[in-house]
Design a protein around this ligand. Structure first.
Ligand code: ACO
Length: 326
């Protein structure tokens, strides 16, 4: 029997509301007595704007709209899906999963559906899980979505975090194929670092116990992120018996331009091969990698036969890489 591979046959994206520039955000924050500036944000992070959802928008609605775009690009009907994996840290509710709500919204009844909670690595985790299920013949058609409304867990009085994040969703359709496809995937976590990036609150007896906001030790995250992005890239390229020079496009989690540049430098990948969207979207956590991938596919940078390395890193601490031949 011939080997089964997983192919990405469609990508999609959704951004909510409208772009909020650094200057506009700085003005809004100043009204609350929080001081920041476009100059500080751009020089430390490379972020120029982010999209922020209206209060009525849900993560499932945002995820479903990215999913519809990916299904249309793939020419696949929602009813033909076997599996929906949705990565988020900002679900609509504690349960059922946001994936189940998206399944209902799409009319994909019958498909298995569950959420993955790996924060900013969530999409890469979801991709690796769906790939494994397709390669082993369990399913033939899957949807993997990263969808976040991070603005809901930001403390707008904390300038060290609230300027960094944005809302959005991205999705891919995966199908069983006779040729690659996904060439390799590696996932990791280190729970001993859980405190450097977390939202520690929980609902108990009808009230939030603990801190409901995102907290981060920025410098600790920075150092760890660059090291693990480098090591997991090398790991997955070695698995595929390819050198770093075989990477046509590097799409790391879009947290910060300085992290992206430092990672590319450490790996020896020219900056021109790094897809950058953090300037336009801010850090959209699990949505950042599929949003960047969709942009690069639609603007024609990613072409058939090219090797694209997708990389996640984030709270947990979690990280991982997936190598795809398009
Ligand atoms: N506007 C103006 N000043 C600010 C702001 C702001 N928004 N935020 C912090 N400052 C001030 C601080 O108060 C401090 O002032 P002080 O020197 O008077 O005390 C000064 O700027 C420097 O603060 P640092 O925290 O030391 O700034 P640093 O250069 O480390 O940059 C940053 C902070 C951008 C968060 C950096 O640590 C970083 O890039 N970390 C990586 C983490 C990251 O990007 N996380 C995203 C989420 S994690 C993930 O997705 C994997």
């Amino acid at each position: 029997m011939s080997r089964i591979w997983t192919s990405i046959t469609g990508t999609g994206a959704a951004l909510p509301g409208r772009a909020v520039s650094n200057a506009e955000l700085a003005l809004q924050l100043a009204e609350r007595g929080v001081e920041t500036s476009d100059e500080w944000i751009v020089s430390r992070t490379g972020i120029r704007q982010r999209y922020l959802a209206d209060p009525s928008l849900t993560t499932s609605a945002l995820g479903a709209s990215a999913a519809r775009a990916a299904l249309e690009a793939a020419g696949v009907q929602a009813a033909a899906l076997d599996l929906i994996v949705l990565a988020t840290s900002t679900p609509d509710q504690i349960f059922p999963s946001t994936a189940c709500l998206v399944q209902d919204e799409l009319g994909a009844g019958g498909a298995a559906a569950f959420d993955v909670q790996a924060v900013c690595s969530g999409f890469v985790y979801g991709l690796a899980i769906a790939d494994a299920m397709i390669r082993t013949g369990v399913y033939r058609r899957a949807l993997v979505i990263g969808a976040e409304i991070f603005s809901r867990i930001l403390d707008w009085s904390d300038r060290t975090t609230c300027v960094l994040f944005g809302d959005g969703a991205g999705a891919v359709v995966l199908e069983a194929a006779e040729t690659p496809g996904i060439l390799g995937a590696r996932l990791h976590a280190d729970g001993s670092q859980s405190r450097i990036l977390c939202t520690a609150g929980r609902v108990t007896q009808g009230a939030v116990q603990g801190d409901p906001f995102l907290r981060m030790d920025g410098q600790a995250v920075f150092k760890l992120a660059v090291n693990v992005l480098d090591s997991s890239a090398r790991e997955v390229m070695a698995d595929a018996q390819l050198g770093i020079e075989a990477i046509d496009w590097l799409i790391p989690h879009q947290a910060n331009v300085r992290i992206l540049s430092a990672t590319a430098r450490k790996l020896g990948v020219p900056e021109g091969k790094v897809i950058l969207t953090v300037d336009q979207h801010g850090n959209t956590s699990a949505a950042s990698v599929p949003l960047a991938l969709d942009l690069a596919v639609r603007d024609g940078r990613v072409r058939p036969g090219q090797h694209v390395l997708l990389q996640g890193v984030g709270g947990g601490f979690t990280w991982g890489s997936v190598l795809v031949r398009f």
